[in-house]
Design a protein around this ligand. Structure first.
Ligand code: CMC
Length: 466
């Protein structure tokens, strides 16, 4: 621990280089100097606490809304170099994994830390394949949703409900329960995802088919009609499996942070992963691929692109599928997806939106507004076009993102649970409100006549249901 005006413990200050790295801070309010250890390029937030003007003060905190410059954990799962456009899982580049591995192999790698041997992968695949069924009561839960319920809302409820079917998962320190939760989550999320689609379509739910691969089985549960067996085209399965790999984990993004934050309360992993699904639902996160397709449809023709980009620059619109908190270069996942566009169109119907997307990308990357802000296409820019070519409706895109990301959430949840430094997540705040006010009785209260409610000019939308 750093101490005021003295050199810190040398061992606490060892940096990656093995040298003693410290940061000297002078508080100009008091003239006092503090030396804070630097480890792995960071200082400990708690080391700031010793900086105070008076002894009875709380001490200094750092203010970092949205955690833009705060590391919340140590992790060995995913490495991103946003400036160089590099993504690695457990040290393997995303390009290598997409070329050589299946999604289930990558899920194993993320969770257990090493690529599986043949028998390990066989066992993992067997366990996942044999836990794809969900309890019939869960099916009834889905039947209770309105016909037009958003599938992501249904998925969110379904994952949360899983916790009630597996109450033993509350024993989060039991390795067997952890293993079973990992297997069940990865196995059942495609089933719940497919149920949400079938519910929207008014089609009967399709049970999992154990003869099929993970991606094949999902497509079968989505598209099977009257045929006794549905085996999707190999091009679609391959592209979907690669898309699953590309979405499997992305270090401390919004939904992973939600899983870790909620999981830090020691809640069961199903409930923690449900928090991740909720976070992913948002249009700034997993909902972006859906928003991209809606944007491309609104743009309608390539001739409208300059007008659209002008509106983006006037901040009337956002260029969805562009920009990233971490990547300040081309998102490597977007590059890999682009390689699958042509093979997919050979196996499916051509999606003319791809022309608008390609031209939009070209014009944006020639525009100083986007280049100066380092805004490049992210994973969501082209993924929706592939899903649409596969015949998957726009509402389902984020649901499909949630399927592989479950592996990442589980891996991150497990890592958190094994990290002795982690505690219940509980950030601080800077309080900006009033203090110690005198209570005013109702009869004596005065104030603006305005009744708080929705703005009067808000257009009235028909309300759903009763
Ligand atoms: N369109 C237009 N301008 C943008 C965009 C965009 N998509 N993204 C960022 N900017 C501008 C932003 O207005 C700001 O400009 P200025 O400095 O003049 O105010 C500047 O670029 C920096 O942006 P920021 O909002 O500080 O960046 P952030 O790190 O807070 O936000 C982001 C990252 C992904 C939320 C944002 O880029 C965005 O909203 N993109 C569109 C939504 C999207 O595609 N999300 C998917 C992300 S990838 C999948 C995932 O991991 O979930």
């Amino acid at each position: 621990m750093a101490t005021e005006q003295q050199t810190t413990d040398a061992s606490a200050g060892k940096g990656v280089s093995g040298e003693t790295d410290t940061l000297t801070v002078t508080d100009n309010r008091t003239g006092k100097t503090y030396e804070l250890p630097i480890t792995d390029g960071t200082i400990r937030g708690l080391d700031l606490r010793q900086i105070k003007v008076k002894d009875d003060e709380f001490g200094m905190m750092s203010y970092d809304p949205a955690f833009t410059n705060t590391a919340s954990c140590r992790s060995s799962i995913t490495y991103i170099d946003g400036d160089a456009g590099i993504l690695e899982h457990r040290g393997y580049s995303i390009e290598t994994l997409c070329e050589n591995s299946s999604f289930l192999e990558v899920a194993y790698l993320l969770i257990w830390g090493e690529l599986p041997t043949k028998p390990q992968l066989e066992r993992w695949t067997y366990d996942i394949t044999h836990h794809t069924y969900v309890h019939e009561d869960l099916k009834h839960l889905f039947e209770g949703f309105r016909y037009d319920a958003h599938p992501m809302g249904m998925l969110l409820s379904g994952v949360g409900a899983l916790s009630t079917f597996y109450p033993d998962a509350k024993q989060i320190n039991d390795p067997e329960e952890r293993y079973m939760a990992a297997v069940r989550l990865i196995a059942k999320i495609p089933t719940l995802a497919a149920y949400s689609y079938r519910h929207n379509m008014g089609f009967p739910y399709v049970y999992p088919d154990n003869d099929l691969s993970y991606a094949e089985n999902f497509l079968s549960m989505v598209f099977k009609k009257t045929e006794p067996k549905h085996v999707p085209k190999a091009e679609l399965t391959k592209a979907l499996d690669v898309l699953f790999i590309l979405h499997a984990d992305h270090e401390q993004n919004c939904s992973t942070n939600a899983v870790r934050g909620v999981g830090s309360s020691d809640v069961d992993p199903y409930s923690a992963v449900a928090a991740g699904v909720a976070a992913l639902y948002g249009p700034l996160h997993g909902g972006a691929n859906e928003a991209v397709l809606r944007m491309l449809r609104r743009i309608d023709t390539v001739d409208n692109i300059p007008d659209f980009l002008a509106r983006v620059k006037d901040r009337e619109e956002k260029l969805m599928g562009f920009g990233h908190r971490v990547y300040k270069n081309y998102d490597p996942r977007a590059r890999i997806i682009q390689g699958y566009l042509d093979p997919i169109f050979e196996a499916t119907e051509y999606n003319p939106l791809v022309e608008i997307a390609r031209e939009l990308e070209k014009q944006a990357l020639e525009d100083e507004y986007f280049t100066s802000r380092k805004l490049y296409p992210n994973v969501d820019f082209y993924s929706g076009i592939i899903y649409e070519a596969m015949g998957i409706p726009t509402d389902m895109f984020t649901v499909i993102f949630a399927i592989p990301r479950t592996a990442g959430w589980v891996a991150q949840w497990m890592e958190m649970k094994e990290d002795p430094e982690q505690k219940i997540a509980r950030p601080r705040q800077i309080y900006t409100g009033s203090r110690e006010r005198d209570y005013v009785q109702m009869a004596d209260r005065e104030g603006p006549e305005k009744i708080v409610g929705p703005p009067a000019r808000r257009p009235k939308r028909p309300r759903r249901g009763a």
